[in-house]
Design a protein around this ligand. Structure first.
Ligand code: M6R
Length: 591
């Protein structure tokens, strides 16, 4: 994971690096560091914790430098393990994982080299130093040829103090050419500004930033030219705008995110081509991770119920290693807010290589997923900063439901246009009702474990509610199918165990209430989220929140809203930072 930045130009590097790193903290915030060359003097400043701890480094002199914000893979999140790693003449920042670090390290140790960190990344600085014979790029190329795994690298050398060498394999890296100098970063927003030209490095490529010039090279050392990406740099940098946390602000933006996303499919320029592909699809496979995987599960109910197309939903990290069967006419929908999740990218690439048509559903233009897919449908949630996904989930649902509806229309299935059109407005109502969960906080803040129950689409929302809850409260929770509880998990329910029951389908309500009663009979305290107010007065129910009725299939788009709010308020009550939960990062760019 991790985010990397770099700069060489006429300005002072340190403030540019720090500002860039702040924008990359969504990729990790365990530790951070920068290296700035002042002439040939390497100045290194690293700290455990977030980029905020680097402020002192802002005053460093020098117009060339590299920086890093880390999500720890190998080695604890300490200052010693923070990047840049310096060995000999070289300083290196790395995003990715080096899989053959052990044999490489043993060879270095045999040569008598010593290591100052526990990271896999430090080996890269050692290898480059070993390969260096006066040719900087050749040394980086030779070192990279020995690496297995994923990397985006930026390297400084005291012997060439006007140069940064970059390399990329399976981790993103973009470059910028501005009036005042050359930039590099793990993603575009970290360097985008007016007048800057942005270039994307492809897998296996290298680049040299020297003085005012960028040169691109293929893996085998051939010089190539590249066109800049067409990028809208007017994008607004999100602020909290009076909210205590980004997560709370982003929840307030759910109706807008859904309304904007609703317009996407009708405006998609290649809609007839996409419709054709979908119409002939015998089978749809959705691949995704985390919250995006849950939106896939919710969408399966809609695709199957409305369009009668069989849909499988796979966790991307499982799909990529299970040797999947990709029959002719398979459409794979890869869902990812960031478009950079390593497992989702690998699953989409594999599906494509085996003949599937890949449709990306992502929130980030120019993301790696958007670049590799055959069709790209953008969710219009706007930038999401909080690690816990909220508005992006609702926007994904809006888009996937609209796609299911599109397919239903084309295949003569069940069309629910009016219900779908109303969803953003109903989400606003659900947002107001969701404030009711604030009063539930005390019952959850000290709980040993929490259960989220539902049937059908309610079960899908329960899964997402549970993920959100554990992610930011650090309390164990399970999202469970109501009917499955008695097959084992009921053993965990004890006196006052909080059970959150979702009840949005009249058809299934009594069935779900049976399971609710089974938990109540064993002492559980039951919290109900429903669009059926008559169930609020049932003896089993201690507390309830009533949300609008939008029909069974689409209900997760509304019922998840009080669940997000519950996770948020319990997280805050426990003294956590819901925007930056421990051990996590917004974008998971390693497998
Ligand atoms: O960017 P992606 O949608 O691919 O991210 C997938 C997951 O890492 C993400 O949804 C994660 O589960 C969220 N932090 C959950 O709130």
């Amino acid at each position: 994971m991790c985010g990397i930045v770099g700069y060489v130009g006429t300005g002072r590097a340190a403030p540019i690096l720090l500002d860039g790193l702040k924008k990359l903290e969504y990729r990790g915030y365990d530790s951070a560091g920068i290296a700035v060359l002042d002439g040939s003097r390497m100045q290194l400043f690293r700290r455990a914790g977030s980029v905020a701890y680097l402020e002192e480094a802002r005053k460093l002199q020098g117009c060339i430098g590299i920086g890093h914000t880390r999500w720890a893979t190998h080695g604890a999140p300490t200052e010693q393990n923070a990047h840049p790693h310096v060995y000999g003449r070289f300083a290196v920042v790395h995003n990715g994982i080096i899989e053959n670090m052990q044999p490489l390290k043993e060879a270095c140790l045999k040569r008598g080299e010593t290591f100052s960190s526990e990271t896999d990344s430090e080996i890269i600085a050692h290898l480059i130093e070993f390969c260096y014979d006066g040719d900087f790029i050749k040394a980086v190329r030779s070192a990279c040829a020995r690496l297995e795994g994923a990397y985006a690298l930026a390297v400084l050398c005291t012997a060439e103090p006007d140069t940064i060498v970059l390399a990329r394999r399976a981790s993103p890296l973009v470059l910028g050419e501005g009036e005042d100098g050359l930039y590099l970063a793990s993603d575009i927003p970290a360097i985008a500004r007016k007048g800057i030209k942005i270039y994307a490095l492809s897998d296996g490529e290298f680049a040299i930033l020297r003085g005012r010039e960028i040169a691109f090279y293929t893996e085998d050392g051939r010089k190539i030219s590249k066109d800049p990406i067409d990028y809208d740099c007017e994008e607004e940098i999100p602020e909290k705008k009076g909210f205590a946390h980004f997560m709370r602000k982003e929840m307030s933006e759910i109706p807008l995110a859904m309304a904007n996303t609703q317009k996407i499919i009708p405006c998609y320029p290649r809609i007839s081509e996409l419709r054709e592909v979908l119409c002939h699809a015998e089978y749809i496979e959705i691949v995704a991770c985390g919250t995006a995987y849950h939106s896939g599960i919710c969408a399966k109910y809609a695709f199957e119920s409305l369009a009668r197309v069989p849909v499988a939903v796979s966790i991307a990290s499982e799909y990529r290693y299970r040797d999947p069967i990709v029959k002719k006419g398979t459409v794979v929908i890869a869902v990812s807010q960031s478009g950079e999740t390593a497992d989702t990218l690998a699953a989409a690439e594999l599906a494509r290589a085996r003949g599937a048509v890949v449709v990306a559903v992502t929130n980030v233009r120019f993301s790696s997923l958007a670049r590799l897919a055959d069709h790209v449908l953008f969710t219009c949630a706007g930038r999401e900063i909080a690690v816990a996904a909220t508005k992006s989930f609702n926007a994904q649902l809006m888009l996937l439901y609209s796609l299911a509806e599109e397919l239903a229309r084309a295949r003569g299935g069940r069309v629910c246009g009016a219900e779908l059109a109303e969803l953003p407005a109903l989400a606003a109502e659900a947002g107001r009702a969701a404030e009711g969960v604030r009063g539930w906080t005390a019952h959850f803040a000290g709980a040993k474990s929490v259960f989220f129950l539902g049937r059908g689409a309610d079960y899908c929302a329960a899964l997402e509610g549970s993920l959100k809850f554990k992610e930011i409260t650090y309390l164990p929770s399970e999202g469970y199918p109501a009917g499955e509880l008695k097959h084992g998990t009921l053993a965990l329910v004890e006196r006052n165990t909080p059970v959150v029951a979702l009840l949005t389908s009249r058809r299934l309500a009594e069935k779900t209430m049976n399971a609710v009663h089974e938990t109540y009979a064993r002492g559980a305290k039951v919290f109900l989220i429903t669009c059926l107010p008559e169930y609020c007065s049932r003896e089993e129910v201690s507390f309830s929140v009533v949300i609008p009725d939008c029909g069974e299939i689409f209900s997760p788009a509304l019922s998840v809203i009080p669940l997000q709010a519950l996770a948020y308020y319990v997280s805050v009550a426990r003294g956590n930072d819901p925007d930056k939960p421990r051990n996590l990062a917004k974008s998971v760019t390693v497998e």
